[in-house]
Design a protein around this ligand. Structure first.
Ligand SMILES: NC(=O)c1ccc[n+]([C@@H]2O[C@H](COP(=O)([O-])OP(=O)(O)OC[C@H]3O[C@@H](n4cnc5c(N)ncnc54)[C@H](OP(=O)(O)O)[C@@H]3O)[C@@H](O)[C@H]2O)c1
Length: 282
């Protein structure tokens, strides 16, 4: 596996699996929300969290797809504690409803994994007239986090367990518009570039986690916020972009990199339930 086997200070490498990273961890008593849990990384994150005993709430926009994933997980892990709730991150109304429904259940919330995403979509505005990638990848998660923060704070206070917020970003954050986030032109179709717009939304994920960390620290709250690049993994993320879909698959096969979610997805799990990740904020 060449460089993919090099181990970092954590003792894990880019080829470590989610199961390896969480080996020996008992997540019983913890509750996690995973957005975009119906596919790819969110699906595998939910499976491994459930395997470690975490109560997983899968937040999905397609309830049929979500329920199918839930069934598959339950088939493999009979003891899994897993629920599916509807959430469309591209709609502020849906995010608000999801948070209100969740908060009214009286459930604790230890872990929030802001994972759902779309990449390189043709220009489209969300219901709220926000460019779709920015709306889904950043604004929806930003609002969701804010609306769930009080529940996370009270959970960490009552349980004395550190809360974890994980924003799944991307290396693509480096490849956005030259001027950074175009706050005043996010919804401008005339200079829209679908790759830069994806990069911009992923940069926003990182800045969100950094500023949130700063504020939580200042407030003395026992919750950390991290962002991560998960690596290159074959999922449905390139569904809107035939070219990158094709390039990614050919490249990965050529390099013989282990590339499917079961083999490569470890970063989100590391930041969400591994105690050593406390030493590596952001
Ligand atoms: N795969 C990679 O190589 C890679 C690299 C860097 C970063 N990432 C990041 O990893 C995260 C997960 O992506 P993935 O690779 O697992 O892709 P994926 O297989 O396409 O999964 C994306 C998930 O997000 C959900 N989603 C999309 N729009 C949504 C919305 N409006 N509301 C709620 N859920 C929505 C999708 O639901 P539907 O199935 O209903 O569409 C799906 O469950 C993304 O944030 C992506 O940017 C991935």
């Amino acid at each position: 596996m060449g460089i993919f086997s090099w181990k970092g200070p954590s003792g894990f490498s880019a080829s470590s699996t989610a199961e390896e990273v969480t080996h020996g961890i008992d997540g019983t008593g913890l509750t996690a929300i995973v957005t975009g849990a119906s596919s790819g990384l969110g699906q595998e994150t939910s499976r491994v969290l459930a395997l470690r005993g975490v109560h997983v709430v899968m937040a999905v926009r397609n309830m049929d797809a979500g329920n199918n994933v839930k069934e598959a997980i339950l088939k493999e892990i009979q003891s899994a504690k897993i629920d599916v709730m509807e959430l469309d991150l591209s709609s502020l109304a849906s995010v608000t409803k999801f948070a209100a429904d969740y908060n009214s259940k009286g459930l604790p919330l230890n872990i929030l994994i802001n994972n759902a995403g779309v990449m390189a979509t043709p220009f489209k505005l969300s219901q709220d007239n926000i460019e779709l990638q920015f709306a889904t990848n950043h604004i929806g998660h930003f609002l969701l986090t804010n609306l769930l923060l009080d529940t996370m704070k009270s959970t960490s206070q009552e349980s004395n367990e550190e809360g974890r917020i994980v924003n799944v970003s991307s290396l693509a954050h480096k490849y956005g518009y030259r001027e950074g986030i175009r706050f005043d032109k996010v919804d401008d179709t005339s200079r829209y570039n679908k790759y830069y717009a994806y990069g911009q939304s992923k940069l926003a994920n990182i800045l969100h986690a950094k500023e949130l960390t700063r504020r939580l620290k200042e407030e003395g709250v026992k919750i950390t916020a991290n962002s991560l690049h998960p690596g290159g993994i074959v999922t449905n993320i390139s569904r809107y972009d035939g070219l990158s879909n094709c390039k990614l698959r050919v490249c990965w096969v050529y390099l013989h990199v282990k590339q499917f979610p079961r083999e490569r997805l470890q970063h989100a799990l590391w930041h969400s339930i591994h105690s050593s990740s406390l030493a590596n904020p952001n």
